[in-house]
Structure formats: C-alpha cells, structure tokens
Design a protein around this ligand. Structure first.
Ligand code: ADE
Ligand code: ZN
Length: 323
C-alpha cells in the first residue's frame, strides 16, 4: 500500500464512486484517439474541465462515450481498483449506469460483464474486493430509472448487489422513483439514493420516505434540519459522505465548513467516498485526510471504514472476512 506521511495506518473502504467518474484523463484521451472521439473540450492539460454541476455532468457523460468494448470496461474497473488498493483500500462499491453504456453504443450486459472481469482481475492482482451498484439517472425520468432497476434485477448480473438513484437531484420528485426502488428491493438488491447534495434536507426526507434506502449518497445537507439529523441517527441510515466532491462543487466553501464532524457527533453512521475522483481532484486517501482536517479523531476515522464494511451490499461470508 501507498503509505505516505500522514496517511492512515488502518484499511480504507469506499461505498460511493461512479465508475465513469473514476476514469483517468489519460485513459479517456487514449480511448478517444482509438475511437475517433474528440475529448479536447473536456480534458485540457491532462485534467478535466467543467465549471458547475451541470457542466460536470456533461463532461462526465462525454468521457463515458469513449468506453466501448468489454475490455475497455475491464481496464477501467481494474485501473480504478488497483489504484484504490495502492491507497490502502480493501473494499469498494462503485456505481454503474446502463444508460451510460448505451450512450457509447455498448450493450449494458457487455458493460457489466467487462466491469466484473476488472473486479476479478483486481481481486487476483491486488487483493481488493468490490461490488457494483446499478444507478438510474434521475434527470432521464422515471421510465429510464425503472428500466435501469429492471436491468439490475435481471438474471445473470454477477457482482451487482445494489441499486441507486444518481443524476441531477434538482429534477423530479423522489416519489416518481418509488416503483424503480420497489423493483430493485423485490430483487433483493441493497438500496441507496443520492440526496442532500444539491438540494436541502427536504430532499433527504423525501428520499428516505419514498425510496426507503438503507444508505443515502451525500445526505450532508440533512445538517440543516436537527429533527432529520436525529431521525437518521436513530434509524441507523448510513451517509456516504464525499467531502472532496462537495468542496469541488462548491457545496461548502472550505473543509472547516463541512458538516461531517457534526453529523458524526450527532450519532450518524458515516462512510467516505471519492465520488468522481479525477473530476474532483481527489482520491479516497485524500478523503480520509479531509476528515482529519474536519476534526475527526483517529477512532472516528477508523469507524468510517468499519461502517462502510457493515453497510456494504456484500454477501455475509465476505463481510465477515473483511471486518
Ligand atoms: N453522477 C456522477 N457524479 C454524481 C454526483 N456527485 N451526484 C449525482 N450524480 C452524479
Ligand atoms: Zn455520487
């Protein structure tokens, strides 16, 4: 493991990373050249360029179009997971999107198969374990999200263990996606939903009430409603907190303003995630450093990893080995 100065001496784990959002710019440029896709509008001087959430999503969508073959996806998952293992991680869950597969002309089955091959390769090569969570893209509407849930629930989806709602939180009401979550729940998948990132506590409340997830992606803006903070602490819903993402998107002006410490002190179970690491100039090791800068003690940071393993959508025998 890469253990530089100030890096944690305990294992890391993350439950919140979008696989296309983890694509290194150099890999996107190489595949762009291979398939004749111009990526110069989204990558300059080796870094992604975007200026707000909407343009970030557009850059993300464009980067996703250069991954086409089963092997491209295997390489993407392998590169993400081996880098994570080098940071000291032993487990990861990442989000996969059948809609993004289709946008690059790839059958979602091929996409999921390639990514699963990357997981197996990284497990064999770097000892890291991983599972996949299918996302529906909220701003594509309820029908698209239901189709994503049916894909996730379909037979023969190795290493797919969960369902999530991602995309633009400002579009549509949580209630519109209840049927998709019913489909995923009935299939035995773990459930999580993005809320409380771009929108406030009312969005977190709606996601909890309508979708009944065991985890919330971000959820940090619950801090604006003390009753909601109490409810989340009492029910044990886990927040997948991504401080580096929140800073990059300007949700909070600096790490001192971030509510992670206050959420943890209120008794909320939290984990850390890198979200879209190269887009946000972060990685999981930096997220743990940001937690330190936000005031978390060593014991509180170790608890972030433990909570991730406890809340992971993974088979019980694998969880027991990781814990
Ligand atoms: N898709 C990729 N990254 C996302 C984020 N941070 N929030 C919502 N949808 C996303
Ligand atoms: Zn996310």
């Amino acid at each position: 493991p890469r253990r530089g100065a100030g890096q944690p001496d305990f294992p890391l784990a993350e439950l919140h990373c979008h696989i296309e959002g983890a694509a290194p710019p150099a890999l996107v440029e190489r595949l762009g050249a291979k398939y004749g896709v111009d990526v110069s509008a989204i990558i300059r001087d080796g870094a992604y360029v975007w200026h707000d959430f909407t343009s970030f999503l557009a850059a993300y969508d464009h980067a996703a179009t250069v991954f086409r073959s089963e092997e491209d996806y295997a390489e993407l998952a392998f590169s993400y997971l081996t880098d994570l293992a080098a940071q000291g991680a032993l487990y990861a869950e990442f989000f996969i999107s059948p809609d993004h597969a289709r946008s690059s002309g790839t059958e979602p089955e091929i996409y999921a198969r390639g990514l699963a091959a990357g997981i197996v390769r990284a497990r064999d090569g770097a000892g890291i374990e991983a599972r996949m969570i299918v996302v529906g893209v909220r701003h594509l509407g309820p029908d698209a999200v239901e189709a994503a849930a049916r894909f996730a629930a379909g037979p023969g989806r190795p290493l797919v263990t969960g369902f999530n709602l991602a995309g633009d939180e400002r579009i549509g009401a949580a209630q519109d996606f209840a049927k998709a979550f019913d489909i995923a729940r009935d299939a035995g998948l773990g459930l999580t939903a993005h809320a409380g990132e771009l929108c406030g506590p009312e969005s977190v409340r709606a996601a909890i009430d309508c979708l009944k997830p065991s985890r919330i992606g971000h959820g940090v803006r619950a801090i604006e409603d003390p009753d909601l903070v109490r409810q989340i602490a009492e029910t044990g819903i886990v927040l997948e907190v991504c401080p580096g993402s929140n800073l990059a998107l300007g949700i909070y002006p600096d790490i001192a303003a971030h509510p992670l410490k206050r959420l943890v002190e209120a008794g909320i179970r939290a984990t850390l995630g890198s979200d879209d690491p190269p887009f946000f100039h972060t990685d999981l090791a930096r997220e743990y450093e940001l937690a330190t800068q936000n005031g978390l003690t060593g014991a509180e940071r170790i608890a972030l990893t433990r909570t991730a393993l406890e809340a992971a959508f993974v088979e019980e025998d694998v969880r027991r080995k990781l814990l």
